[in-house]
Design a binder for this molecule. Structure first.
Ligand SMILES: CC(C)(COP(=O)(O)OP(=O)(O)OC[C@H]1O[C@@H](n2cnc3c(N)ncnc32)[C@H](O)[C@@H]1OP(=O)(O)O)[C@@H](O)C(=O)NCCC(=O)NCCS
Length: 114
């Protein structure tokens, strides 16, 4: 999901959810990977995801895809029981990857690139 305009048009926020009955079979990882690919295809420079403190599966899924903790909003989320929980913002700044890839291909003539 991209902001339509404003300061963060280069940032895509990803969200993934899998029905409880089919969790832990790799579907969440596969969907998250697809979302990352789609966001890159759409031109995103930076990806973010919001994860509530106890969502260990989500942490695992996005860490494997290169996301790192970037911000912690304390007691930011109120769950259905009324308990306030910390919200973690994970980010994957792709601009570093693009710079590294450009450096790797800098001495290849444009006509020889795929
Ligand atoms: C996060 C979510 C999408 C993961 O879906 P899933 O289909 O179960 O994910 P996977 O089967 O690909 O598992 C991903 C990893 O998390 C681990 N994992 C899954 N559930 C876990 C749990 N309850 N405790 C610890 N680890 C868990 C798996 O072992 C796997 O790790 P591995 O690849 O190292 O083996 C799913 O749990 C979900 O919908 N949660 C609620 C919504 C949510 O938290 N969304 C994220 C915010 S956008």
């Amino acid at each position: 999901m991209f902001a339509a305009h404003g300061w963060s048009v280069h940032v895509a926020e990803l969200r993934v959810a899998v029905a409880r009955i089919v969790r832990r079979h790799g579907l969440g990882s596969a969907l998250a990977g697809l979302l990352v690919e789609m966001a890159i295809d759409e031109g995103a420079d930076k990806l973010v995801v919001q994860v509530v403190e106890h969502q260990v599966a989500a942490l695992q899924v996005f860490r494997k895809l290169g996301f790192q903790p970037e911000a912690l909003l304390r007691r930011h989320v109120k769950d259905v029981s009324g308990t306030r929980r910390d919200l973690l913002v994970l980010a994957n700044d792709l601009s570093h990857a693009w710079i590294a890839m450009e450096a790797l291909t800098a001495d290849i003539p444009p006509e020889a690139r795929l």
